[in-house]
Ligand binder design. Sequence first.
Ligand code: C2E
Ligand code: CA
Ligand code: CA
Length: 693
Amino acid sequence: MSKKSSQINYKKIKYSSLLGSIVTFFIGMTLGGFVLILGYELLYSYVMESKAYNEYKDVTVMAGIYDKYDRDYDSADNIYNLLDEFDREYMVTDALNNVLMLKGENTCSFNGGTAILSNYPNTFTFYQDSERPALRLNKKGKIVINNADLNSKDELSGYEYTVTIAEDDNIFDENFEELNVSPDSFEKLINMPYWISVPVKDGSENLVVKCYFKANSSDVFTATLLIVGIGLILLFAFIAFLVSAIRGFIRYHRISQLYYKDDVTKGNNWKWFVIKGEQRLRKRKTARNRYAVLNLVFVNYRNYCVCHSIEDGEELLKKIYEQLQKDITAGEMCVRSASASFSLLLICQDDNSQLEMRINDIINHLEYIDQNHKFSFQVGVDFIERSMNPSGRPVRRTSINLDTEYNKACTARNEIADSDDSGIRFFDESLVQNQKWLEFVQSNQQKAVNNEEFKVYYQPKYDPRTNELRGAEALIRWESPEYGFITPGKFIPIFEKNGFITEIDHYMIRHVARDQKKWLDEGLRCVPVSVNVSRAHFAEKDLADQIRDMVDEAGAPHNLVEIELTESAFFDDKKAMVSTINNLKGYGFSVSMDDFGSGYSSLNSLKDMPLDVLKLDAEFFRGEFDSQRGEVVVSEAIKLAKNLNMRTVAEGVEVKEQVDFLAGEGCDMIQGYYYAKPMPKNEYEDRLSKNNE
Ligand code: C2E
Ligand code: CA
Ligand code: CA
């Protein structure tokens, strides 16, 4: 999975666990609030309207009685007596609100309108009480408690209360709660007067009756019970949502742990390093710092695990991590990024040597982290420079890719990976070129073979006593359409690493055998040509058979092909090597030891290997060869070869004195610039023709 998509997935999981619970929490709370308000509203309408409707029905009954009263025949007392049964204050008014009849006190304000009861079909005319305007109509025609009245601090006769309530139309609940009144005074308080007016006498008069909104203690009890019930449901929902939110947070924390933590060191991991590192580098306050990204590799990790155990190895990695944590300062970062690799982000000065000293200190601490061992650590370093504006002032790094920078540090580290020792390598542009070259070689190697871009060059070997051509070495060159002429030093080591060298060796053997066959057919006096065979090849048991088959296929005699083995090859499986050499010799090929004297155990190899030719390494003839000691060594090496029945070839001989000396010592052949450089096939052909003469 790419860095990006894994990060996106992480964020998705993170936000689904976090956001999910937050969203449900808020939705739940909003819904709860909504239910609460709706509940109050319904309760309010229900209580207020049912009571008002009862009063209204009373009034209509009174109106029915009043309608039967005929002023012309009946005495007023009669109708008063009848209506007194209702125990109310009332009056009869004409259309202009002139009072025609009055029982009790007229405290009607005639201020009101049509009251609409949402739960009942009827409407009626509602008037506020002038003395105590506790109820009023709101804009929608609903009867509501008149907070303005409740807020008034005036002592109203018969109504004891102290209250301050926000201006709101229908906060029935709050009125109950905030009033904080004892049931006694409550009875009084909730006795809120208003007037209901219904038409009588065919609408020419109105019966206006003083009514009350009365809530008794059982009403209050029911209301309280309802409110408490709704409150409890809400509290329950709140707790449920809170629990889910907390669980979301815990899940988020666990996911972060999984995503950002390293199991082995218990510290952070590579993902954290990249994400947090980039965030850090982009900050304004870090713009003035120069940084170095480090790839630190514990070289001996695998060996350590083999000799001990994986658990011990991991324990050691943890110790290394802890030591590294001690060696870095605030604002710097360190994680274990791969099996035995650590990634560090250090702040550094412009002076690279200071950083080098610091890294050396870090390596020193780590090398002796276990008293019983000395370990090696290799470090690749890449710098992250400040980014500057045109006037040379550091500005925020807007685009930074820590992955890419770290990759450079790894590339630098790779350059020293062949060694087992501790070391530091700084990244520079030449490494990019190397990488590009490597990339080119790897992706073009097969094509180059197919197109015969590889050419065989021949470097003749001469007898120094007679100056006669006695042999040659086949050396490869690459005539690349893209890069032109390329010497083997630039690509052979790459092929040796990636295994393509076996293909190359086959290629060379086939071409040499074909050339020899062709020259023989042309009647030229051919001399043996040696071909280099890489040590990688010796892992193959049937190598001798392969070589024989290739040479046979070309039809060249075996004695015209010689196989050169480098000394380093002799470190490998000795038994297999001896058997391959014996097989080759059995088929009639000569076998030579290349670069004798350039390594360590040459003598030891000579003891075990039945070789035909000893090639003295060019190093013998470099620099201060004229020194007595050099001459003694070469002379003794030649004697040694003779005693082992081996021919000798001196490589890299460039001057006449050396030729004379070697002739004097009985060296069989010289391969060096003194006689000839490696040359293309046609030039070598000319030399062969001269040899014929
Ligand atoms: P080598 O096998 O030791 O080849 C001898 C190298 O010494 C050649 O370099 C040759 O040009 C150089 N040389 C010979 N005489 C002199 C001299 O007088 N002075 C100096 N300065 N150099 C001299 P070359 O051709 O560049 O090859 C380098 C190495 O590449 C070879 O070392 C060999 O290890 C490898 N190589 C070349 N061709 C092949 C090949 O076809 N197969 C394999 N496996 N390796 C090859
Ligand atoms: Ca060679
Ligand atoms: Ca050599």
